[in-house]
Design a protein around this ligand. Structure first.
Ligand SMILES: C[S@@+](CC[C@H](N)C(=O)[O-])C[C@H]1O[C@@H](n2cnc3c(N)ncnc32)[C@H](O)[C@@H]1O
Length: 255
């Protein structure tokens, strides 16, 4: 998994086994039990300095408190957020009859779910890179991309040049599958049933967003074409130097 936003920091800590559940519980304990005070807690927490090692823990809590479920992120040492939810209770005249919680889910549920993830040994087999997807396109694999929808700016300016990414991944022998709000030119698309009605970045939607999955096949022969990464160049130079050194030793030095 490659994710440049704060989710990348969270998933990386979970999958490497570095997630400190005790520390997370300490931070969860700072959230007031009075639901009416949680919005202010989130504001104060977002304004307060945070140690780098606490970023994944604070992030997942601020994200749950974010207004409309919109993206929270950490950029240049500052939290980017859309503001935080307030606690709302139905009035005598309001149509809605249930309360709106200031965190979704509430802290106890987040703590339980995170504990389940941290205890799940299968996640140790997942490799997470917390970086820009453009900088780390592997060779000869199947790539699934769930990018920010084209033409939107929902992730605090984090974005992916999708046509360039697809072209580079194909040139590196990858099969590419992309989720988008519309079919993409140059690939084969299927419309996924009715789209995602819930759980989007703006929370529950009145109208379900359409979702299309587009497949771009590759020419497996392209496996070693396409631009080399700095790592591949380094491996090439190191390997060649080793080979030349071994030949020199064999022909000129060895008795
Ligand atoms: C539609 S969301 C994906 C959500 C994810 N699939 C999930 O279900 O939780 C798009 C994600 O792409 C990330 N993103 C945007 N540009 C990126 C880039 N260049 N490299 C890596 N991740 C990027 C954003 O931070 C955002 O979390």
């Amino acid at each position: 998994m490659v994710e440049s936003g704060a989710w990348g920091a969270f998933w990386k800590t979970v999958t490497t086994g570095d997630f400190d559940m005790e520390r997370f519980r300490e931070i969860v304990k700072t959230i007031p039990s009075d639901l009416k005070l949680i919005q202010q807690w989130a504001r104060d927490t977002a304004d307060a300095p945070v140690a780098d090692c606490d970023v994944p823990y604070v992030f997942v809590l601020l994200q749950a408190a974010a207004f409309g479920g919109k993206a929270v992120d950490r950029m240049d040492g500052v939290w980017k957020h859309p503001g935080f939810r307030s606690f709302w209770e139905p009035t005598e005249t309001s149509e809605r009859r249930s309360v709106v919680n200031p965190m979704m889910p509430l802290p106890a549920t987040i703590e339980r779910r995170v504990a389940d993830l941290v205890a799940d040994s299968r996640l140790r087999e997942v490799t997470v890179k917390h970086c820009d997807a453009m900088t780390t396109i592997p060779r000869g694999v199947t790539v699934y991309v769930d990018p920010p929808y084209l033409g939107t700016q929902q992730y605090n300016g984090r974005t992916l040049d999708l046509p360039v990414f697809i072209e580079q991944a194909q040139a590196r022998g990858c099969d590419v599958w992309v989720s988008e709000a519309k079919p993409l030119l140059g690939g084969e698309s299927v419309r996924l049933s009715k789209g995602r009605a819930k759980g989007g970045i703006s929370g529950a939607r009145r109208k379900a967003n359409q979702e299309h999955l587009t497949h771009f096949t590759t020419n497996r022969g392209a496996l070693m074409s396409g631009p080399w990464t700095p790592f591949e160049w380094a491996a090439f130079v190191f390997g060649s130097t080793l080979l030349i050194a071994a030949m020199v030793w064999l022909y000129y030095i060895s008795p």
